[in-house]
Design a protein around this ligand. Structure first.
Ligand code: XMP
Length: 522
């Protein structure tokens, strides 16, 4: 395979470094900064040196929290000269203790000094706390505490149990807080972050999605002039936004390939085609390979085997279509920032294969792989999508697994079962879309179980399929709750499915959370 190199992304003028010491809220910190229209990037503490920080032109640094104790030898430490760069620093929780420790203060561990949860905070007047009342609530989660701030620092905040809930060296623009300003339980946390960004670091907040689109389009128009570019469309949000952005930059030099494997939901293939070819006038190849996938999947019941077959066949189809186009120089991928963080924490050399297009770069040769969205969180990708004129229905689309309905049909997959599931699923989604509970539901769909049961319709005994309905509420899909759908909605969905979908005589609702279950049944 030829060496592929992602194009360097446009570097925004104002940026904040979130130096990651392993805390659970690190992505949240970056998002909170970006909500203020200041670009923030997360880098693990052991993947960036003080020299690199100095050269990168950061306006400010935030040390994140972390689960360790600074006295533990194995805990993450950092070169103390970072405090001498003249770049403002805000240390949060472990980051605050680390800052104290690095600068020669005293950190102690005492069970009696530990605090977890909402706590009353008392602050003094200083630039970080401008506009913050002297007493307000904050969110604490720590065992160690700062017993003695380092020379040059003074105590700027207290709680009942914590003698140093905040410290500051205003002259050097170094601030630390023991609590978490990034979580909503800290009543004035956003105000504190704003103070840090705008007053302490001198940011202006000039990073926005409109600018992002304009700059990316100009960049790719220049860099990719005359190149043939390929993009795999899954119908999901990320690849759609990446493709439309690229189309705006290079027009007909972009070709999109949409593999219709026959495992999509009702009318979905036509819908995807109508948006990209109809609305945006893009070069779109729709590979109608439904039969090919069904043949490969015939008789396969094991979930992982299904996924593997679909993933491999997908690549094969994509390759065949690409080959027909002649030499293609560039591949566009819809990788987004959480993928980058998970797959190597911001290391530009890591190329993550698209979730739905498993491993394409491994088998194909391109001069370059371009990932226009690799700096963006999902909500930012959605904003870019809207900015580009992509319909809301697509921009706010629920996640849909790459292997499609294959993992929602338990047991072997047949044309008949696919038809049954498509209809049942469409009815359930239609009913939920009309209900106010939709606002609380993150993902909802039907599953065709491999159970058949006895029923009665008219005077006739039936032996039909059992359909399961699934609806979940979640922020991140790592853990989910089952949604408390009103009985009336379930009743209507059930009676419509059994009445309108031949072959189904029983409907059940899945009331399991994750864990112990997963969202998908397979
Ligand atoms: P699970 O079932 O793992 O699902 O709790 C969590 C979220 O991920 C989606 N999902 C997938 N998405 N390819 C995807 O692109 C897959 O193979 C896949 N499997 C699960 C699922 O729909 C849910 O939103």
């Amino acid at each position: 395979m030829e060496k592929t190199e992602p194009i360097q992304n446009h570097v925004p003028e104002e940026k904040i470094l979130v130096l990651d010491f392993g805390g659970q809220y690190n992505q949240l910190i970056a998002r909170r900064v970006r909500e203020q229209n200041v670009y923030a990037e997360i880098r693990p503490y052991n993947r960036i040196t003080v020299r690199e920080i100095a050269q990168a032109g950061y306006r400010g640094i935030i040390f994140t929290g972390g689960p360790n104790s600074v006295y533990d030898e194995k805990s993450p430490h950092y070169d103390p000269t970072v405090l001498d760069l003249g770049i403002p620093v805000l240390g949060i929780c472990y980051g605050c203790q680390l800052m104290a420790w690095m600068a020669g203060g005293q950190v102690k561990s005492a069970e009696s000094g530990s605090e977890y949860g909402k706590t009353m905070l008392h602050v003094e007047d200083n630039p970080l706390f401008a506009g913050v009342p002297h007493t307000s609530s904050c969110w604490m989660s720590h065992t160690d505490y700062i017993a003695q701030p380092p020379a040059g620092f003074h105590i700027s905040a207290r709680t009942e149990k914590c003698p140093c809930a905040g410290m500051a060296d205003e002259g050097r623009k170094l601030y630390g807080v023991q609590f978490h300003p990034e979580v909503t339980h800290t009543a004035y946390g956003v105000q504190m972050l704003k103070n840090f960004l705008f007053t302490v670091c001198g940011c202006t907040g000039n990073w926005n999605m409109e600018d992002f689109v304009q700059k990316k389009v100009a960049q790719y128009r220049k860099e990719l002039a005359g190149k043939k570019v390929l993009c795999a469309l899954s119908g999901g949000v990320d690849s759609a936004v990446a493709a439309v952005l690229m189309h705006r930059a290079i027009g007909d030099n972009l070709t999109c390939v949409f593999v219709d494997h026959g495992l999509l939901r009702k009318n979905e293939g036509d819908w995807v085609e109508s948006i990209f070819r109809g609305q945006f006038g893009m070069n779109l190849i729709r590979a109608n390979v439904q039969d090919r996938f069904l043949t490969k999947l015939a008789g396969v019941t094991e979930p992982e085997r299904k996924r593997k077959i679909i993933g491999e066949e997908f690549i094969r189809v994509f390759e065949e279509e690409a080959r027909k186009l002649g030499k293609v120089e560039v591949l566009v991928q819809g990788t987004i920032y959480p993928d980058v963080i998970e797959s190597g924490a911001g290391d530009a050399s890591t190329i993550k294969s698209h979730h739905n297009v498993g491993g394409l770069p491994e088998v194909m040769e391109f001069e370059r792989i371009v990932e226009p969205l690799r700096d963006l969180f999902k909500d930012e990708v959605r904003k870019v999508g809207l900015e580009l004129g992509i319909p809301e229905k697509l921009v706010y689309r629920q996640p849909f697994p790459g292997p499609g309905l294959a993992v929602r049909i338990i047991g072997d997959i047949t044309r008949e079962k696919l038809a049954v599931l498509r209809e049942a699923d469409a009815i359930f989604r239609e009913e939920l879309d009309q209900s106010p509970i939709k606002a609380q539901a993150s993902q909802y769909f039907a599953v065709l179980t491999d159970t058949r049961s006895v029923g009665v319709m008219g005077d006739m005994r039936t032996y039909g399929y059992c359909v399961a309905l699934r609806c979940v509420t979640t922020d991140d899909f790592m853990t989910v709750d089952w949604t408390h759908i009103p009985f009336e909605v379930l009743e209507k969905a059930s009676s419509r499915i059994t009445g309108e979908v031949p072959g189904v005589n029983r409907v059940v609702y899945d009331i399991t959370s994750k864990p112990p279950a997963t969202v998908e049944w397979e």
